[in-house]
Design a protein around this ligand. Sequence first.
Ligand code: HEM
Length: 537
Amino acid sequence: AALGSREGDKLKDLAHNTKDMTDKDRLTTDYGVKQSTADDWLKAGSNDKTGPLLLEDPFARERIMRFDHERIPERVVHARGAGAFGKFRVYDGIDEFTSAPVLTDTSRETPVFVRFSTVLGSRGSMDTARDVRGFAVKFYTEEGNWDLVGNDIPVFFIQDAIKFPDVIHAGKPEPHNEVPQAQSAHNNFWDFQFNHTEATHMFMWAMSDRAIPRSWRMMQGFGVNTFTLINAKGERHFVKFTWTPELGVHSLVWDEALKLGGQDPDFHRKDLWEAIANGVFPKWKFGIQAIPEADEHKFDFDILDATKVWPEDLVPTRYIGEMELNRNPDEFFTQVEQIAFCTSHIVPGIGFSDDPLLQGRNFSYFDTQISRLGVNFEELPINRPTCPVMNFNRDGALRHTITRSTVNYWPNRFSACPPATAAEGAYVEYAQKVAGIKARLRSTKFQDHFSQAQLFWNSMTPIEKHHIIAAFAFELDHCEDPVVYSRMVNRLADIDFALAQTVAERVGGDVPTEPGRPNHGRRAPALSQIEFPGEAP
Ligand code: HEM
């Protein structure tokens, strides 16, 4: 009850599939018959002589066969993670931007589940690896699920989703020997970074302290991609979403991260679990940056380019809501492993943009979940919405929803389950004007790959710069191929001459003798300079 009625609804919904195990229960087969032993396979033998196991024992066979199939594929990326339940409330409703009640109705408490993750490590890898962190939020809104699938870094390695297999293959362990398994320091990763200049801004973030967070409770989260909000008058704004932790943003230092990786690979998941178990609920403020549709082309970068931030001195972040995580999962596999986030899950009042990374993501998540979890994954308790779901889907592996009806098509003679009207809350696409030629193009502003990398470097304090230099030195020093590390050192000269020289001296490559391009000298505002307008009531 303390969790609020709507949040209670999701918990009640989950409880339908939850059983408590007590000493009153008795061990049964999977089809319900009580079992006399948990220890002995049926055998042909005697008390004096142990005989062979009999394959006829259905109980033992069932036990073993059920176990043999426990594993499902891990996520193709973000395999390592954990999460928790919580609630979200908007305290400064933004009716001027959107008709979505989750962002306008200040009386609403929306249940959420959040999963934090690393990107490149396998399911059993260490929490403290140098890597990007996933920050995926499922809002169980009354209008359907809204999944905001973000990272702890506001930009990304690629501008166009078609490059995703390449960037991930280059970052995962190398194909011939599956080395290195730690998410750092290998030839292929840095080879790709050099050849793929649009990654420059992102790899600066990845070499910064942001990539070794102290705790998930102390990380920012970013939607990264450009979304849209549509208000009741049908006006559209481009938006970026940000989570900022109440505890502030804190990182480990590299030596700590390395030691913890060995001593306590579960460091981050334990930290979150223990904080929640002890009632120290982590909280984040939710912010938006909004640009009116008419201003789309007023910036010297393309606002649809996911390798660029929208600098906050140009587009301030307005903090409008708060999220608290307050309940640990009941069971890891059923909830954390089986949760399926899809960027394509949006609710009325929220839309996509033509961001070419986002549009590819909208295809990929749903597709991968069909092979990871099966076509009926949306029926799983953790994934099903709190509002009614009614459609003409039928069959598929492990379908278990029973829709009582004699028809499974539309239109039908009973007018059963017609599409909704806008007044009834249907999702109606924004009537966007589309014009142009069909070609594999991006706007020319996408071709600037260095300005914001310099902006980021210039914004760092001396100690942060020192950490970035040390990270590059560690990483490139672990590349065996001189082509890889010497070209990368030269790439750093495209960002900052002193950075390139210092790293080259430490790595042992040729020290660059001149800057690759002038540093424009601009700085982004520091997080400490960003004001939060008031506390949540
Ligand atoms: C998984 C974020 C780009 C494909 C994830 C997860 C996060 C995330 C947080 C983990 C979800 C979970 O916890 O279950 C991002 C961000 C991106 C990005 C912020 C860039 C802005 C892409 C792109 C693609 C992609 C471009 C493909 C075109 C996937 C896939 C999964 C995944 C296939 C595994 C999903 C699953 O099995 O449940 N991503 N991603 N991502 N992402 Fe992305």
